[in-house]
Write a protein that binds this ligand. Structure first.
Ligand code: PGA
Length: 249
């Protein structure tokens, strides 16, 4: 079986901490109206928590799904400021990003915590999008595979049944928000490594997205790579036309 053909492309917008009600409304409206232009592709946006209900209202009945940018590992309880997976499911979220490099770096999230969050998301019926990626210093030191392996270890330890229900995203930290994209060949090399890990676990069908300064102008060459199944898009997801052009690439 050619699993590459069975992996439908997935493009997820990560709005990060951008947007207010009015700007979101026009973005969501544009997505609702324009998304059918990219029929070969699953399309989603991960919005800030307060706007989940707005995303649900604005995207209901469209082909675009929605999700959150983080999730608590806890089910419920005295965890001030945290948002549980059940709460996300309550807003019909399909996705939860976990382990984005900004969470790992700015909020001290460990590899184990990221795996715990992935399990919490799965338990509530969400698909976790587990992000991994090395820093510039690590890349320059030739540590990329070592870092990815370390970040993935507690996730892969969850076993094929769980990992088979996830999406992974390779986001080299040096390419996020910097305008500096990995070349398609550079990205493919890391994706092939991640694929070998997934193959080893018996889940070759898991989608592996690329993220880091993805734009309409570079999306097609990235998507042409055999192990790149889509993109996690930050800045360019805030502009409807640009985001839809990436999805159509
Ligand atoms: P960027 O962000 O597309 O703005 O580089 C990607 C991400 O952090 O998910």
């Amino acid at each position: 079986m050619n699993t590459e053909q069975t992996r439908k492309r997935l493009v997820i917008g990560n709005w990060k901490m951008h947007g207010l009600l009015a700007a979101n409304a026009s973005l969501l409206d544009g997505l609702h109206k324009g998304a059918s232009a990219a029929p070969g592709c699953d399309l989603a946006v991960c919005v800030p928590f307060p706007y989940l209900d707005q995303a649900r209202t604005g995207l209901q009945g469209s082909v675009v799904s929605w999700g959150a940018q983080d999730v608590s590992k806890h089910e419920q309880g005295a965890f001030t400021g945290e948002v549980s997976a059940a709460m996300l499911a309550d807003f019909d979220c399909q996705w939860a990003l976990v382990g984005h490099s900004e969470r790992r770096t700015l909020h001290g999230e460990t590899d184990q915590l990221v795996a715990d969050k992935a399990i919490a998301a799965l338990s509530a019926g969400l698909t976790p999008v587990v992000c991994v990626g090395e820093t510039l210093a690590e890349q320059e030191a030739g540590q990329t595979e070592h870092i990815i392996a370390r970040q993935l270890a507690p996730v892969l330890a969850l076993g094929a049944q769980q990992v088979g229900r996830m999406v992974l995203a390779y986001e080299p930290v040096w390419a996020i928000g910097t305008g500096r994209t990995a070349t398609p060949e550079q990205a493919q090399a890391v994706h092939a490594y991640i694929r070998s890990q997934l193959n080893g676990l018996g889940v070759p069908e898991v989608r592996v997205l690329y993220g880091g300064s993805v734009k309409a102008s570079n999306a097609a060459s990235l998507f042409a790579m055999p192990d790149i199944d889509g993109a996690l898009v930050g800045g360019a997801s805030l502009v409807v036309e640009e985001f839809l052009r990436i999805a159509a690439a």
